[in-house]
Write a protein that binds this ligand. Structure first.
Ligand SMILES: NCc1[nH]cc(CCC(=O)O)c1CC(=O)O
Length: 356
């Protein structure tokens, strides 16, 4: 059979040809656009002959600012439209805040690359007019209002500082800072991710870093916090090859372990879980410590788990995450998870849960 003249000549090399245009999808928020611009400029330097185009898309979570987030389903709220575009081949990659990326991806989609991680910790931001008086959570007087929509953050802080009050706070980072600083505003502090503030050039607003060793009470961050995840189609080898050199292996392994804890525990629903991962004894030891906590909404109960293992591959990271998840369920996390799920089904929860 003769080959029609219009068909490309297939060479013996298995490497797919470089694409000429790569369409990069992202949410349209200022932070998401900044993150996509960072990824695109890094890719552009690596691959000068490829054209990278950013497509900002509004997600359901951005468009509907009224419906309580938990009623909109939680998982995938920020990413469903983008993934539909990826599957339909209208996009070639998606740049996500890893923490907003579901732990289970649509069939045919993969987490292709995790870039170097920004500081994963949560931080305290103090209202401008109170900055001279208060530097840390421990400084705050009884009844001071902490702004956060995250059950994970609220429950962990409430456990250590039961005298503080909590109030929902939604919106993009700039909106939240404006609401915090408003003269007639009721918030004393906000809890935010260091990463978002740093990327938005607002690092100067950070008053206190929260972590497991924070004096007065530890705080574990969200799964994937501070990381950027790049999603692509599993069968798009040419694009996967373009992304490979951007990967930070240490960040990828740590984030895969964190995501595995979450994936193992969550079943059908997102859950309030805090984590912390640390590479021990220098970069080359391969020894990863993973700490995790599951908290109840009231902040009265928490179940903790921790382990150290040598992790060299993605598969090992995922198995490690499963073992820490098992430790959490062995220690009683299932009771907390069942309560959260039962409450969610039974009653339109006045405290919408935001996966932050
Ligand atoms: N929940 C929203 C969200 N998703 C990603 C970030 C920025 C930090 C990051 O990359 O983890 C934020 C803001 C925040 O939690 O303060």
């Amino acid at each position: 059979m003769s080959t029609p003249a219009t068909q490309p000549i297939i060479t013996s090399s298995s490497a797919p040809a470089q694409p000429t245009v790569v369409r990069v999808g992202t949410r349209k928020s200022a932070l998401a656009m900044k993150q996509a611009e960072y990824v695109v400029s890094s890719l552009q330097r690596l691959h000068p002959s490829v054209r990278f185009e950013i497509r900002g898309m509004q997600s359901l979570g951005d468009i509907d600012k009224v419906t309580a987030l938990y009623k909109m389903g939680g998982k995938g709220l920020w990413t469903n439209e983008l993934e539909a575009g990826l599957v339909a081949r209208e996009l070639d990659v998606i740049v996500h805040s890893l923490k907003d990326m579901p732990t289970v991806l649509p069939s045919g989609c993969v987490l292709a690359c995790v870039t170097p991680r920004e500081d994963p910790r949560d931080v305290v931001v103090v209202k401008r007019s109170l900055q001279a008086q208060y530097k840390t959570l421990a400084d705050l007087p009884a009844g001071a209002v902490v702004g956060t929509s995250s059950v994970r953050r609220m429950a962990q802080i409430r456990r250590r500082y039961p005298r503080l009050a909590f109030k929902d706070m939604r919106g993009n980072i700039d909106t939240r800072l404006r609401k915090l600083d408003a003269e007639d505003g009721e918030y004393a502090v906000l809890i935010l991710a260091a990463a978002g503030l740093l990327r938005m050039g607002q690092g100067g607003r950070i008053a206190q870093y929260l972590e497991s060793r924070t004096e007065g009470g530890g705080m574990l961050h969200a799964v994937g916090q501070g990381g950027l995840g790049i999603e692509a189609r599993a069968d798009d080898q040419a694009t996967l090859d373009l992304l490979k050199p951007l990967e930070d292996e240490g960040a990828m392994l740590a984030c895969e372990a964190e995501r595995s804890v979450m994936r193992t525990l969550e079943g059908g629903c997102s859950i309030p879980i805090g984590v912390e991962t640390t590479w021990l004894d220098g970069d080359d030891s391969g020894k990863l410590r993973l700490t995790a906590t599951v908290v109840n909404v009231e902040g009265t109960e928490a179940v903790d788990g921790e382990d150290v293992e040598v992790i060299k591959t993605r598969e090992e990271a995922i198995e490690f995450g499963k073992r820490v998840a098992k430790q959490l369920t062995d220690n009683g996390a299932q009771k907390i998870l069942d309560e959260i799920n039962a409450e969610r089904e039974a009653n339109p929860n006045p405290n919408p849960w935001v996966p932050a």
